[in-house]
Design a protein around this ligand. Structure first.
Ligand code: BG6
Length: 470
């Protein structure tokens, strides 16, 4: 058996549950194409779905997804990928589906089962794999959201762990595979100048915005069962918070990073209804699959505290929404102003004091803002940004990186069971008890109540619109 350099055997097949779905079409096939081009995907790829498709139809579906994601620049690689595809049609509740899968896997002994399916079916498929004896030396990659609250996440972890050992369970959050987000970890701990100021003595507040200028598209039914808090905040945004807030890992190795990230979630104060503003864009109730009287939030803003020695008293403001003014993701770590106002235009009069800005999307950048004197006899200045990083060519798509890692048995960019449960524990109270959603106009920055939430501590930083933003 060929092993990786760590002595871990790589998966020898990829099983894609939900192969006929949107995620597979838009993200996974393009990622598999990239992996084939890199020469890292050579194993069979077995698609599973309920659609009664022929293999030819699956190939068409795959090629269409790849074509829509970008130009086909390597036809032989695409043909190689298409020739790796196999297809099993069947109901996930039916043991016959898993028997057919076993047959399709043929010689493969160490499959990676990727569950790109509605969350309500995760447990069914994991149990089906267990009952069919498809788990020995196998791995399971589970899409988000992992659970829909603390109790269901615990239950799902229990089921997953009764079938697979923890190091064979890969809880995916594609944000962890993004260059700009991986750079937060690198930037914090590959430099020494940040550490002295990276705490409650110097940081006034932190804010993170993930905004999208489109609606729920064809995902109305999914959104009805999820909402913005479950869809992107409890996972994507919380992961960013953990990377920004964690203590330095005690040793070199990703086990230490997992431990420190889990501690951040454990130190987060559970949210209360008044910490959260929920919004819903006008027109959402007319989307297909959405209830006419739906209260589900398409926008969510919240105030969070991390009760740790480092972060005590520092508010973290998180915000995300559909149909906002821009599509962008950005972090702003705002530092406290100088203790005395020596100049007439010192902060806070001049606006924000020094800050560190991490642009995560659509491009990546890190910028450090400082005030610099304008030429002339007056002591007045302007805010300028030291611009540290820009788009890097050759960025790998997150799904390609994460699938490659999972198939190699490398769990460094995945989430551990304790971290998932601790993150759910923070949002659990407001899943049950919350204020009603406030309507907002598509193309705006959400309901005005979100501005009131941050008002005691300043104002939201809108990515792109800031004049210093690239
Ligand atoms: C997904 C959410 O996890 O992340 C979507 O389900 C959201 O609602 C998407 O649009 C955002 O990801 P990205 O990579 O496009 O920023």
């Amino acid at each position: 058996m060929k092993k990786t350099k760590d002595g871990i055997a790589p998966s020898d097949a990829l099983v894609l549950f939900g192969v006929s779905g949107d995620l597979a079409h838009k993200k996974i096939f393009p990622a598999l194409y990239a992996m084939t081009k890199q020469g890292v995907l050579k194993t069979p790829v077995v698609g599973v779905a309920s659609s009664k498709w022929s293999l030819a139809q699956l190939r068409e579906h795959a090629e269409d997804g790849i074509r829509k994601a970008g130009p086909i620049d390597d036809r032989p690689a695409l043909d190689r990928l298409l020739s790796l595809l196999r297809y099993v049609a069947g109901d996930y509740k039916d043991p016959a589906t898993f028997n057919a899968l076993k047959k399709a896997l043929d010689e493969a002994r160490r499959p990676a089962h990727y569950l790109a399916i509605p969350p309500a079916l995760f447990a069914t498929v994991i149990q089906g794999l267990g009952a069919a004896g498809l788990v020995d030396q196998a791995r399971v990659i589970v899409e988000k959201p992992f659970g829909r609250d603390l109790a269901s996440a615990r239950e799902l972890n229990r089921i997953a762990r009764s079938v697979f050992p923890e190091d064979s369970v890969f809880r995916i959050d594609h944000y962890l595979g993004k260059e700009a987000i991986m750079n937060i970890l690198y930037f914090r701990f590959a430099n020494s100048f940040l550490e002295p100021i990276w705490n409650r003595n110097y940081v006034a507040r932190v804010q993170i915005t993930l905004s999208e200028d489109f609606g729920v598209n064809r995902r109305g039914a999914f959104y009805e069962s999820a909402g913005c808090l479950r869809d992107v905040i409890q996972n994507h945004l919380f992961q960013i918070v953990a990377l920004l807030a964690m203590e330095p890992p005690a040793y070199q190795g990703f086990g230490a990073v997992h431990c420190e990230k889990a501690k951040v979630f454990q130190a987060m104060r559970p949210l209360q209804a008044d910490d959260v503003v929920r919004g819903q864009y006008a027109g959402y109730r007319k989307e297909p699959g959405v209830a006419k009287d739906s209260d589900v939030e398409t926008f969510c803003a919240l105030r969070l505290f991390i009760d740790s020695w480092r972060w005590e008293g520092v508010p973290w403001y998180l915000r995300s929404g559909k149909y906002l003014a821009e599509t962008a993701a950005e972090v702003l770590v705002e530092l406290k102003p100088p203790p005395q106002m020596l100049f007439d235009d010192s902060a806070p009069i001049s606006g924000r004091a020094n800050y560190l800005r991490f642009r995560l999307s659509p491009n990546s950048a890190v910028a450090l803002a400082a005030r610099v004197k304008r030429a002339g006899k007056e002591f007045v200045g302007d805010q300028a940004e030291l611009y540290l990083l820009d788009e890097q060519p050759g960025e790998e798509a997150p799904y390609a990186r994460l699938l490659r890692n999972a198939m190699a048995g490398d769990g460094s960019l995945f989430t551990r069971e304790d971290a998932i449960e601790a993150a759910w524990a923070v949002v659990d109270p407001v899943l049950k008890t919350h204020h009603r959603s406030h309507p907002y106009k598509p193309g705006s920055w959400g309901p005005k109540q979100a501005d009131a939430l941050i008002a005691p501590n300043g104002s939201w930083h809108n990515p792109i619109l800031a004049k210093t933003t690239k």
